[in-house]
Design a protein around this ligand. Structure first.
Ligand SMILES: [Zn+2]
Length: 57
């Protein structure tokens, strides 16, 4: 139902607001998480924010 009213701008604004409000609980920076595929074919979350902060993910 609500899908009809969801615009691209709205989604972007929401994502930005969410990113601003939340901080990574590991490094305290703005969370920056990417999904990487391991050689075994599993998807793993990699925290770029923690890597930038010097914390081993
Ligand atoms: Zn982090």
């Amino acid at each position: 139902m609500a899908k009809k009213d969801t615009s691209k701008t709205n989604v972007t604004a929401r994502a930005e607001a969410k990113a601003l409000q939340s901080v990574c609980r590991f490094c305290g920076q703005k969370p920056e998480v990417v999904r990487v595929l391991t050689p075994s074919g599993k998807t793993q979350m990699f925290r770029k924010c923690c890597a930038a902060a010097g914390i081993a993910a």
